[in-house]
Design a protein around this ligand. Structure first.
Ligand code: SF4
Length: 193
């Protein structure tokens, strides 16, 4: 039987959640409660949609994307199933980026979440650490607060890639009667509302 994961949301093709066009998947459930979290509806370990890893792989592979991004919620709370997805994505020559509330050090420690090492081994780019509203930034692309790190875990990306120096972007989609917003605020976008 295929592994399952609990999915909060998917944007099949976005330019706002990592380099290039990406298939972005938000998991449901996070054990942390960072004040000011931008996805409070994704924190409880209830709700979301149960999907098989095989189904997610097929959906991601059907998109013309550079890679996938996993966000949350907390991706490392569902590490085994996401490892299966990530391995298939990388085997197809695409890349994996993960946004996690754990620090890289925590993910490499003996008390790390189950399957963390295997998922890290399938990760090209990692944004790590709790969101700290007192250190909020809009200056670092794809990073929410200055305590967070951007780790290049493989040679698929390098810090001198000009895309990492571009401003953040925000995407707004209208689907039926729903408005979907994803991405990060542009520099200065919240200076005056
Ligand atoms: S780790 Fe991320 S998803 Fe979880 S509470 Fe903190 S900001 Fe929200």
């Amino acid at each position: 039987m295929s592994e399952t994961l609990t999915v909060a949301a998917v944007v099949p093709r976005t330019e706002a959640e990592g380099p290039g066009h990406r298939y972005a998947l938000w998991v449901q459930g996070c054990p942390m409660r960072c004040p000011g979290c931008c996805n409070p509806e994704f924190l409880r370990f209830v709700g979301g949609e149960e999907r098989t890893a095989a189904d997610v792989i097929a959906e991601a592979m059907a998109e013309d994307v550079e890679g996938v991004s996993f966000l949350g919620g907390e991706p490392f709370a569902q590490a085994p199933a996401l490892t299966t997805v990530a391995a298939a994505v990388r085997q197809a020559g695409r890349t994996v980026m993960i946004f996690t509330g754990y620090t890289l050090q925590e993910l490499q420690a003996p008390m790390a979440p189950i399957g963390a090492a295997a998922l890290l081994a399938q990760t090209d780019l990692l944004v790590d650490g709790r969101y700290d509203a007192s250190q909020r930034t809009t200056e670092r692309r794809w990073v929410g607060s200055d305590n967070q790190g951007l780790h290049f875990l493989t040679d698929r990306y390098t810090p001198d890639d000009p895309r990492f120096a571009e401003p953040n972007t925000l995407e707004i989609r209208i689907r039926g009667d729903q408005i979907l917003v994803n991405g990060f605020p542009v520099r200065g976008a919240r200076t005056k509302l």
